[in-house]
Each structure stands twice: as structure tokens, then as C-alpha cells.
Ligand binder design. Sequence first.
Ligand code: LLP
Length: 424
Amino acid sequence: MNYFGYKNGELYCENVSVRAITEKTGTPVYIYSAKTLKRHYNVFKNAFVRTKPLICYSVKANSNTAIVALFSSLGAGADIVSGGELFRAVRAGIDGKKIVYSGVGKTLEEIIYALTEDILMFNAESIEELDAIDEAAGLMGVKAPVSIRVNPDINPHTHPYISTGMKKNKFGIDIRYAREAYTIARSKHHLQVIGVDMHIGSQLTEVSPVIDALKRVQGLIKEIRKDGIDIRYMDIGGGLGITYKDERAASPDNYAGAIEKTLKDFDGRLILEPGRVLVGNAGILAAKVLYRKDNGMKKFMIVDAGMNDLIRPSFYDAYHEILPVDETRSKLFKQDVVGPICESGDFFAHDRNLPLLERGRAVALMSAGAYGFSMSSNYNSRRRAAEVLVDDKEYYLIRTRETNNDLIKGERIPSFIKIRSNHV
Ligand code: LLP
């Protein structure tokens, strides 16, 4: 079931015309389909029939509070990596006891905030971080629930920037030292060791690296249990990939089946941290054609969204399908689709076959629901886009477009600098 498609020659999100939204809210605008989000969550959840894991939605993939709240209403918890994400998760109604906190650089302030919210567990990524959590918990007179993120040294076969479980990556504690790390953690007065955690990378299309990593982690669990440490939670991270172009990512069923088979003897609770697989194909970025130009060698389509709105093509050379919002049968020409930013890296596609769309026509950058808005910035002092959530025939603005005043929010001009203009 695809909730994005053409009807009578126009691109629709569920039962709302994308052009109608762009005319009302302007462009660029992110548009998400609530039905797709719900379907993805339920397919993922139902795939894990036997283990009934705690599904902690990875907030970084799309952190709009409306999206987080939607998952919360379906029963999800949250995987967070900052105090800001914790704030969003709490705002979206997620109970602290369904929140896991990962990341290599948690500050003392963030640790204290998370303890105040009584989160399920910290996924600690270094011995020094264990010290810091112990210290913070000591200050508050509580015991902090922790797991250790283990780096299993497995190649996940994905883009190097999003591979996280190899020795050369900064994440987790090397599995060879993990047993020792658990012994250290146990010796801390204000820590309660309850789990083990891993996350080997993102946009994984194969299940086998996850299974190899799981086997290593299971070996570790056996050892640390021998040491008398009770492991109640096994958090295996997120990472399941999606189809952007022609990738054949494992289905949630295959992913779940292989994991459940490997974990058949594990008697604790499984935790998953899916991000992209839930939101990636549930959102698009709609933009408008500003200009066309042809320099004799190349054709360019200049649109009003830029790398500040969707950085994935520039950053990872990622592919996003581009569709005209009004279906057209006109001839296709190879062209570069680029944004207005003053960087040659500001592109969405190179040599893409597309019709020559006139000024003002809208295009949709597909599969932009994950790591789209959440990675956007104000570079070139561009106001960040609006976001809209569609539910059947209705749509809701879930984030207004930023204003120029938003751009300078928090900035101060010191008094020794005299402002010459009388316009301010
Ligand atoms: N858990 C942890 C600890 C993570 O670091 C991540 C993603 C996830 C879960 C969720 O992974 P997912 O299910 O979404 O693959 N910006 C990149 C992706 C970065 C992923 C970072 N960590 C992109 O646009 O492809």
C-alpha cells in the first residue's frame, strides 16, 4: 500500500493533493502521511510476534513532536541521544520508563535531566561515562539503570558515515573489554546494571551483520551472567534500511524472524530502536521550480529547497526520487536538480531524467521522512521549512515555516557596536 501516488494526474498524499498543500503553506514543505506512519509501526511491531519487544522510536530520524506523539499513541517508547530529544519525547507523552538514552557524549546536565525523568536506561558508551552517570546518580541519591553499548566489530555493509559497529568507529566499548567494563559498572554504588546494547549502523539492507553481532553479544551475556550480573534487557538498536531507489532491504518479517531465532534462549526483554524504517518512506519534501537554465553542456533545474532543507544527497550522495507534482508526459532531459545555496554541493540529483518543468511547478523529493527536516539547518540564513501531517482527507500544519525573526532569535548586538540604520 502506497499512500503517495498520482490520481487524475496529480500527486496525492493519502486523499490530499500535494499541490493544494503547497499552495496553502508555500514551499519548501515537508509532508508526512499518518496512515503510512501507522502502517509502518504496526508492520514492524507485528513482525516481532514472539518476543513482543519494547519499540523505542529513534527520535533523531524525525523529531517533530507530532510524529513522536503519534508513535507514542501507538505504544512506542523513544531512543534519544540528547537532552533536547528527551524534552521532545516527554512533550510527546512518552513515559520515562520507555526511554533509552544512547550517544557517546552525554553531558552531566543531560544525565541529571534523564535521571529526573526516570528513564528506563542509559546506554553507556565508555568507562568515563559510567563514572559520570554514577556521579550524577550519587548527587541525586538514586541508582541509575545502565546498559553498556558494545562495539561488536562487525562490518554492516552500509555507507561509512552511518556505520557504527566497527572498531574504527567511535561508538560503544570494544567487545573484548566489555566483560571488564561490566565488572567496573557493577562496582559503582549508584549504578544498576540491567542491560546490554548494540547498534551497528543505519540503512542496513542485510540481516546477517546484525545476526553476527547478536551472536557475539550473546556470548558476552553468557560470560557476564557467570560473573553474577543480571542482564534483563537486550537493546539491539535500529538500522533496518528502506528502498530509496532499487535497494532490496530485508523486510521487517525477515529481520524479525532472524533475530527471534537467534535470541530464542534469551529470557530478558528485547528493545529495538527503529528510525528510518518507520518514517523514511512516510514523508516527502515538496519544492517549487524557481528557474531553469542550460549552459550548453548541462541543464539545471533550480528549486526553492536547498541542502539546508535536505542534506542527504550532498552529505551521503544519497538518492531521492524526484516526481513532478503534476504528472506530465513531456519529454525527459538529463538535468541537475539544485537548490539556491552558494555551494556546488547544494544538489538533489545529478543528470536525472526529468521533464523541463516551468517556473512555479512543484516537485516532490520522495522518501524524505527520515533524516530530512531533523538534519536541516539555517545555512545561508534560510528559514526552515514548514511541516504538514496528512490524515486521510485532512491535513495539519505541525510546524510553521520559520520567520526572519526566528533566524535572529537569541542574537544580541553589543552596545559598543553602533547600529547606523534607522530602520531597526
Ligand atoms: N539507535 C542508535 C543508537 C542510532 O545511532 C541510530 C541512528 C538509530 C538507533 C536509528 O537508526 P535507523 O533505524 O534510523 O537506521 N543521517 C543518516 C542516518 C544516521 C543514523 C544515525 N543513527 C542518514 O540520513 O542516512
